[in-house]
Ligand binder design. Structure first.
Ligand code: BGC
Length: 414
């Protein structure tokens, strides 16, 4: 009798689309599929499982997340949004404006996020005052990674000016080594471009150009010089660069086929996952010039129904900003914690440099959002800039024409 009643209740529950189990569950869309990235996301999966959560993985391969964002759009349009999504910068606000994000303020307040997150990071996580995303880390974009043995064998130090970089590249090329490991994908071109732009424009003009979209700066002679340097960079990559994934470019530096890579510090996650030691096997130095380009990974929760999914969202949000997770995840990912109260003792020298430079540049006004990684601009504007960068990199377009095209593209995207 009792059993029959129970069966009837669960039959009703299931027919209303409710799950029979009441545990927290989450379908998580992310683009962390390389060796180092997969190791990092496994930390979150494990913590979620340890706390009774059931995780359904939705990885969408493709560095920089373009493919993941296309998949997200398709899911939301079909009325079937994933529970939690790797989402960052102004894209969080764009989805909020669509009315499809869940409010996670109760978790943020219960766990005192305002007290442990820097204002600059918290600002990206709030939508009209309520919390709409949970930050995972701070990745730095403006890094050069170098193969220690290759550089030593060729008598080359890590470059501290773009002239030094160019001189090193010429020397390496003459010795038959690919100077710059690069994958010809639009977001990787944009990554190199913004590091060059920060160096040659300086922090103030970078902000004017790629945060404020100031036309005079976009059309300036300094911007012509940025494209001149990009033309040089094009000459430093190998013939097979087109379409190559970023982690394969990192592997070229690891195995000595190439000397340098300009890439965010998820590249360090890749070196570490392969057992390489910073300062010994590989070297890190910020790209020449002042400033710090930040890229904060975060997760937004989508408006879904079902108590188990809502419980999953709350649990995920709580774990993501938790002290232990922020340490272990970032040790693997190559980034530094978003929380200010995580001890960095176990982190390597590149992470220490990152933390120090972030504080210094924040104090000096040169802490800047990465445009190439969706932290500075809305999708349409960032896309318009990247289209020009890629068109220039993959043709013999002059720098003057590229600058003109850049200004037109930005003007049309506003
Ligand atoms: C993300 C990183 C990721 C990288 C390569 C960046 O946009 O912020 O977390 O590792 O893309 O996929």
């Amino acid at each position: 009798m009792k059993l029959t009643a129970l069966a009837a209740v669960s039959a009703v529950a299931l027919s209303y689309g409710m799950s029979a189990s009441a545990g927290p569950e989450a379908e998580v869309l992310h683009w962390w599929t390389s060796g180092g990235e997969a190791k990092s996301v496994a930390v979150l999966q494990q913590e979620f499982a340890d706390n009774g959560g059931a995780w359904t993985d939705m990885p969408v391969a493709g560095g920089g997340g373009d493919a993941a964002m296309t998949a997200l759009r398709a899911r939301v349009l079909s009325g079937n949004a994933p529970t939690a999504v790797q989402l960052k910068g102004p894209a969080i606000q764009e989805w909020y404006e669509e009315g499809v994000l869940a409010d996670i303020s109760s978790v943020a307040e219960a766990n005192g996020w305002d007290k442990v997150l820097p204002d600059a990071i918290a600002g990206h996580m709030k939508c009209e005052g309520s919390w709409c995303a949970a930050p995972v880390n701070v990745h730095r974009i403006d890094w050069i990674w170098g193969n220690a043995d290759v550089l030593k064998a060729n008598g080359i130090e890590m470059p501290t000016t773009w002239d030094e970089f160019n001189a090193a590249a010429e020397k390496l090329a003459a010795a038959g080594i690919t100077p710059l490991a690069h994958g010809g994908q639009a977001w990787q071109d944009a990554t190199v471009f913004e590091a060059v732009a920060l160096g040659l424009l300086g922090a103030e003009d970078f902000r004017k150009a790629f945060v404020e979209l100031d036309m005079d700066t976009l059309k300036s002679d300094k911007m012509v010089a940025v494209f001149d340097q990009m033309r040089k960079m094009r000459g430093y990559v190998d013939d097979n660069f087109s379409g190559r994934d970023w982690n394969l470019a990192t592997a070229m530096v690891m195995n000595g086929e190439a000397a340098f890579q300009i890439m965010g510090d998820w590249a360090k996650g890749e070196f570490l996952a392969a057992g390489k030691v910073p300062g010994q096997d590989f070297l890190c130095v910020s790209t020449p010039g002042e400033g710090f380009l930040y890229n904060v990974d975060s997760f937004a929760m989508f408006d879904v129904s079902g108590d188990d999914k809502k419980a999953g969202q709350d649990l995920l949000a709580k774990l993501i900003v938790g002290q232990n997770f922020q340490k272990v995840f970032n040790l693997n990912k190559g980034s530094i914690p978003a929380r200010v109260d995580v001890a960095l003792d176990e982190f390597d020298s590149c992470a220490h440099t990152s933390a120090k430079d972030m504080t210094d540049s924040s104090n000096g006004g040169s802490l800047l959002p990465s445009y190439a990684h969706g932290m500075a601009l809305r999708g349409a504007q960032a896309g318009a800039i990247t289209d020009v960068v890629t068109a220039h990199f993959n043709s013999d377009m002059s720098s003057a024409d590229a600058v003109k095209m850049l200004a037109d593209a930005v003007a049309n995207s506003l």
